[in-house]
Design a protein around this ligand. Structure first.
Ligand code: 2X7
Ligand code: FE2
Length: 293
């Protein structure tokens, strides 16, 4: 069973800012603790797992022509969030499992997708990848595989995007199986995604943090309930409505890719945490593929 664990792991840069790791330049007094405690639980649990590689799909590496994968062994640079540069200026140094990325690209082509390896050594790795990977494995001792977020939802329709992400998920699972490697999968997106356009003077002043409006919250609870009940096909059935009505970041495809890789789970997922960040809805949700046996 080469996919040893999988999770939805949101990437607001606020969560890294609040953690004060040495790699991040800005410092804080904390904040968003419930989400960070959820990450801590998952991290501690997965520290006990035997695995070779982390495979992540990130909304903030946006590609128009096809699905891209990192194709260089090592990246070392500074990642700056374009919207929150005062919160996230993170010095990263990471290793990539290029061989597994190439296998996913080959399987993607078999699924009829356009696939491309990204071979530019000066490429800046996006903050969605860095944030999720840092919060899951801050020691950066495992190689990662990163898949970009193709624009099919925007250029065609949510339905076309969804179909492509399910195919990409299947391709990912097949490649992992063939590789014989033990992988952890991360879908790095928020749920509801309406976003306040102003922030408090102190960004971590939690008096001001709350979901944007109750409709967003109700949608988030609906989709978390479906995950907790193992009703992921029903979740996929309502996904286009969820995306449009809550402006969900699921429109970037990460969660649907994950559900495709897990063969659309029918077993319950575990919600480790839910919380808002500058109005958006975010949850840490784990699927344990061993639970289906
Ligand atoms: O990228 C993000 C996000 N998805 C949600 C909230 C805040 C910032 O960045
Ligand atoms: Fe985001």
């Amino acid at each position: 069973m080469p996919i040893v664990a999988a999770a939805l792991v949101p990437h607001p840069p606020h969560l890294v800012y609040a953690d004060n790791p040495p790699q991040n330049e800005p410092t804080s007094t904390g904040g968003w603790e419930v989400l960070r405690w959820g990450y801590e639980r998952l991290r501690n649990k997965w520290n006990q797992l035997d695995f070779d590689v982390i495979v992540v799909h990130s909304p903030h590496w946006k590609t128009r022509c096809g699905h891209h994968l990192l194709g260089v062994e090592r990246f070392k640079s500074l990642s700056v969030d374009p919207v929150f540069p005062h919160l996230f200026r993170y010095h990263y140094d990471l290793k990539v499992d290029v061989a597994l990325g190439e296998m996913i690209a080959e399987e993607g082509v078999q699924e009829g997708l356009i696939m491309k390896m990204m071979r530019n050594p000066a490429f800046r790795v996006d903050y969605g990848t860095i944030t999720a990977c840092h919060l899951i494995r801050p020691q950066w001792d495992k190689p990662i595989v990163v898949l970009s977020s193709n624009r099919a939802y925007y250029d065609f329709s949510d339905e076309v995007g969804e179909a492509q992400m399910l195919s990409l998920g299947k391709a990912t699972a097949r490649a992992i199986e063939k590789s014989g490697k033990r992988a952890i999968l991360l879908a790095s997106n928020s749920l509801s995604h309406r976003h306040f356009t102003e922030e408090p003077e102190i960004p971590e002043d939690m008096r001001y943090e709350h979901i944007y409006h109750n409709g967003q919250y109700l949608w988030d609870m609906k989709v978390l309930d479906l995950m907790r009940q193992g009703r992921c096909q029903e979740l996929l059935n309502v996904m286009p409505d969820f995306i449009e009505q809550s402006m969900s970041e699921c429109k970037e495809g990460s969660l649907t890719w994950l559900l495709g890789a897990l063969d659309i789970p029918t077993y319950p997922a575990e919600v480790h945490a839910y919380g808002s960040v500058i109005g958006t809805g975010n949850a840490l949700v784990e699927w344990d593929p061993a639970a289906q046996n």
